[in-house]
Design a protein around this ligand. Structure first.
Ligand code: ADP
Ligand code: MG
Length: 335
């Protein structure tokens, strides 16, 4: 595969701030890849996208796009010459132009008529083409912004929290369509998001950033199953951080600065009830149920063994009450 985008040591500090907004960031995107930068609010995601788009100048580092250096201490290629499209979180549509005029604003867009029409149908905005941005909903504005960005056939598409304003139904539908669309059009896409579901469902790879620094890069399943710190694990929902020495086999672990020991991250859904056929004995744990919570499709119980409390999900119909003793096995696969 060919590298399309490469960042090397990108750093940006805003004056008056104690910590750099982004710090020594390096990664590569292969041509055609869809990658999400996942991080909590304030972790530097938007700053990083703006730097790649050329809207912000880094204090240090280099960026190469399509084998051309676009940022270095001595080179700065302006945004309009970068052949990338950035979709802002706030859409930034031209208020005095109709939807159609917005979409066909870019020069190259007129050459891509077929693709654009497909995009318009796919995103279901045919009916609103003659309206102005203030006459359509937030979700529609977001889709128009996306179509406008793709209309110029950019070699790199940059999306800032692209689905954050869509309601849940539309989000689920659009996620899979987007990933199809990006793959089909072979548009290399870099998304920034704080939403792990977006990241999991759309991306080929995920880059986790914490306070402006890269903490982990991997496929969605790698980062979900094998986080390299507590922050990375918790971006994907709850997890148990179990001391490594409770396992009989060596499992993928990390040094946890909070508990000051090596721990294995095991999610509440990664246990099953022990029975004599359980073949896996790397972690068998027995304890007393101290709470039962019904959480929609499943029950979550907390079980206590000595001072240690574990959260475990059980089938909704499983009969369990406080003070029961239950035995579980961890069925998380080794890496
Ligand atoms: P995210 O998009 O992940 O929420 P941002 O990139 O917007 O994070 O912000 C990262 C950090 O940089 C935050 O601490 C934010 O307050 C700061 N920051 C962002 N833009 C500016 C700016 N123009 N001036 C000063 N500080 C900024
Ligand atoms: Mg942001």
């Amino acid at each position: 595969m060919k590298t399309l985008l490469a960042l090397n040591g990108i750093t940006k500090e805003y004056s008056g701030k104690k910590k750099a907004a982004v710090s020594n960031i390096s990664f590569e995107l292969q041509k055609g890849e869809i990658v999400t930068i996942l991080g909590s609010s304030g972790s530097g995601k938007t700053t990083l996208l703006r730097i790649i788009a050329g809207l912000e100048i880094p204090d240090a580092g280099n960026i190469t796009l399509d084998e051309k250096v676009i940022n270095s201490p001595s080179i700065f290629i302006p945004p309009e010459k970068r052949n990338c499209s950035l979709v802002f979180q706030s859409y930034a549509l031209f208020p005095n132009m109709t939807v159609k005029e917005n979409i066909f604003f870019g020069k190259q867009s007129r050459e891509n008529l077929e693709v654009i029409n497909e995009l318009i149908t796919m995103t279901n905005i045919q009916e609103i083409q003659n309206r102005f941005p203030h006459q359509i909903s937030g979700g529609q504005q977001q889709r128009v912004a996306l179509v406008r960005a793709l209309a110029i056939n950019p070699s790199l598409l940059l999306l800032d929290e692209p689905l954050s304003h869509l309601d849940q139904d539309l989000k689920t539908k659009i996620r899979s369509e987007l990933s199809d669309l990006f793959h089909k059009s072979e548009t290399t896409t870099l998304i920034v998001s704080h939403d792990m579901e977006d990241a999991m469902s759309i991306s080929d790879r995920i880059i986790i950033i914490e306070e402006g620094e890269v903490v982990q890069i991997g496929t969605p399943l790698e980062v979900y199953n094998y986080p390299t710190n507590r922050y990375s694990a918790l971006l994907f929902g709850e997890s148990n951080f179990i001391p490594k020495n409770m396992f009989s086999e060596n499992c993928e672990h990390f040094f946890d600065t909070k508990s000051d020991q090596d721990v294995v991250s095991v999610r509440p859904s990664q246990f099953s009830l022990f029975n004599t056929n359980s073949s896996n004995d790397k972690l068998v744990i027995e304890g007393e149920v101290i709470s039962v919570n019904i959480l929609g499709d499943y029950k979550q119980v907390e079980i206590k063994r000595n001072q240690f409390i574990l959260k475990i999900n059980l089938p909704i119909l499983f009969d369990v009450k406080i003070s029961d003793f239950l035995k579980f096995v961890c069925d998380k696969e080794a890496k």
